[in-house]
Design a binder for this molecule. Sequence first.
Ligand SMILES: N[C@@H](CCC(=O)N[C@@H](CS)C(=O)NCC(=O)O)C(=O)O
Length: 211
Amino acid sequence: MIELHYYPGNASLFPHMLLRELEVPFVLRLVDRDAGAQTSPAYLKLNPNGKIPVLIDGEVVIYETAAIALYLTDTYPQKGLSPPPGTPQRADYYRWMVHLSNTPQAEFRAWFYPHEFTTDPDGVAGVKTATGLRLSDVFGRIEGLLGAGPWLLGERFSAADLYLLMMTRWGRTLPNPIRDLPNLGAHAARVLARPAVAATFKAEGLEAPFV
Ligand SMILES: N[C@@H](CCC(=O)N[C@@H](CS)C(=O)NCC(=O)O)C(=O)O
């Protein structure tokens, strides 16, 4: 059975929501961050970067959140959570998945771990402030591109919407919370209304406000 190594609310939230949307049997394996389990020798064998999540599916051991999601939507194409390969919508899907991974998610790393982005202890606050400004800029553009949606791919719901919700949630800690942008706030409400998403939040013990 598929195993998802996770920690509540971490980047594993996206593949967790996706597994429930796909209705695939899986088990959750808690990575005990409080004990530093993500850097234990056993975990580093799964993900040498020492980051959460990891997904194991038989002989497949895969890390990097976006890669896990692409793997899952490819493995269960009949569930329709990604458009068919070789179509214009598939191009949009790839664009969103890669953009969300390499721009907002990477910026959130600097937001939550600013000390990693400077060698100057006095520089940490400045890193955080500058990252918050960049994130506002990034989500301002996403707000415009999303428009009325209702989904990132227009009328078609896809895994990318789950990815976006995870980051809207993370953005509740920003000086300008992402949920306050009208299109992104409405998008988050639509994704949160999905039963698989509600079940995921419940299983991880996440409490309101969700975004
Ligand atoms: N690019 C990686 C980043 C994963 C990442 O930064 N995960 C965080 C949790 S959201 C983590 O493992 N933090 C613990 C640590 O860095 O020690 C991915 O998408 O999987």
